[in-house]
Design a protein around this ligand. Sequence first.
Ligand SMILES: O=C(O)[C@H](O)CO
Length: 383
Amino acid sequence: MAVFVTRRIPAEGLRVLSQAGGCLVQQWDSEEPVPRAELLAGVAGKRGLLCLLSDRIDREVLEAAGPGLKVISTMSVGFDHLSLDEIKKRGIRVGYTPDVLTDATAELSVALLLAACRRLPEAAEQVKNGGWTTWKPLWMCGYGLSGSTVGIIGLGRIGQAVARRLKPFGVKKFLYTGTCPKSECAAEFAAEFVPLTRLAEESDFVVVTCALTPATQGMCNKDFFGRMKKTSVFINTSRGAVVNQDDLYDALAHGQIAAAGLDVTTPEPLPTDHPLLSLKNCGMVSDIYCQLSVRAGSDSAAHRECHVCHEKHHGSAGSQQPAGRAARGAHAPRAAAVTARAPLPQSSRTWRSLPWRSLVDQSCASSPLQQHASGACGEGTVL
Ligand SMILES: O=C(O)[C@H](O)CO
């Protein structure tokens, strides 16, 4: 039984696959996304596909795979890159990895929000360029959370985790919007379900944590930003396509809103000369799979969470890592637990064949990746 893996995944993940029997795994063993032609060739005749959010799995891919494809497992929380209609039509089971990034995304959302409202990147720049000359009462004033109204677009797992973290800052009111009210979750924050327009008008902080769907695509547009207060801060950690970027640029450049913080854009990454990157009031960081939290010598949830990117954070014993990663030396105790393998140069792309038991079971009731990925996830999740 044959499986195609579309990217270099953590060594521990491959070990899970290799310890299982009965299947052959073919892998695009690179840090870079698999080129479309290689994806189409790689998936041909396969029973299973393990992909990432950068792989568009549409009719063309499914046709290239042929009728033998029975399961798709995506190592991602979002699944907007999967053409679910086409997949369902063919009776293919899908697994994904919800919850592995909930805490990390919530922390990053709060970090972006605080950085934007307290203008941290600008202030840091002023320290470096000599702009900070003396203490000035009206200089670098920001926008506080205390007594504020926070509007959350999409009060799902991540939206709730954001609200939970923001509440102790003295937020006065939470608003939320989405497909339907979620009274039970909302009760924890006394959050009020409101239409999008009201959320835009009344919120001092808007945090977008919804899924990308046809209904949410381009939802934060000229009309939306036009309704926001001039002192409001906009945070998006969901998907870039939820926002009309030209409209966001105009709103930021013309002072329609105060600031924005993003870890998602269209495309990702933005070209370095993109107008949004020229704005002082727009903070941007890279997307989050590379930013999972780790903690040395602990078996905490945060630690389990980083199993997804074990090799990245802990490093293979003896591997030559870039300084940035090596500098996270606090993870050394765990390094010994990771199977050493010769580091491959970035540019190296080789095919691997490994046995994989997990897909033998044709019911494929859970995603092998997900079972591996997070104890916190519990049961594999199948769409
Ligand atoms: O969908 C996901 O897994 C996340 O957006 C990755 O950052």
